[in-house]
Design a protein around this ligand. Structure first.
Ligand code: HEC
Length: 110
């Protein structure tokens, strides 16, 4: 490989890497909705152990703080026990986008 070709390849690779990191850091609202339904609603509907929890349960700032603390179930366990790091970013993106003070408050289909 010539030097200029190598440099070009390195730049493309770095660019892709940056894109991937940006995507992961931002999280996906769509995937977050899926994971919320799949991994949170099992316990967070009326009559279940956790009681009703929807994106509307908290404000955007409260959700960000909650996920930053990373504690769940009255602080007794880590959120990372329920979700992978990627899923945490996705669920965070979803609940923040539809929090009680968001432009699009949403209950996640009841
Ligand atoms: C295995 C059952 C279970 C699952 C799964 C679960 N929770 Fe919980 N959650 C609980 C219980 C139990 C509580 C404590 C309820 C109470 O305060 O009486 C709780 C409490 C909460 C609270 C209130 C604050 C706190 O931490 O006590 C929030 C917010 C919450 N859960 C969010 C979530 C999210 C988001 C998910 C999915 C990533 C999730 N939960 C998945 C059982 C669960």
């Amino acid at each position: 490989m010539t030097v200029s070709k190598w440099i070009k390849t390195a730049f493309v690779a770095a660019g892709l890497g940056a894109m991937v990191i940006a995507t992961v850091a931002a999280g996906s609202e769509t995937r977050g909705k899926y994971f919320f339904k799949k991994n949170c609603k099992t316990c967070h509907v009326a009559g279940k152990a956790g009681g009703v929890v929807t994106p509307l349960t908290k404000t955007q700032a409260q959700w960000k703080q909650y996920f930053q603390d990373g504690k769940h179930n009255k602080g007794t366990e880590q959120l990372s026990k329920i979700l992978t790091p990627d899923q945490i970013q996705d669920v965070l993106a979803f609940v923040v986008a539809h929090a009680s003070d968001s432009p699009q408050p949403e209950t996640c289909g009841g």
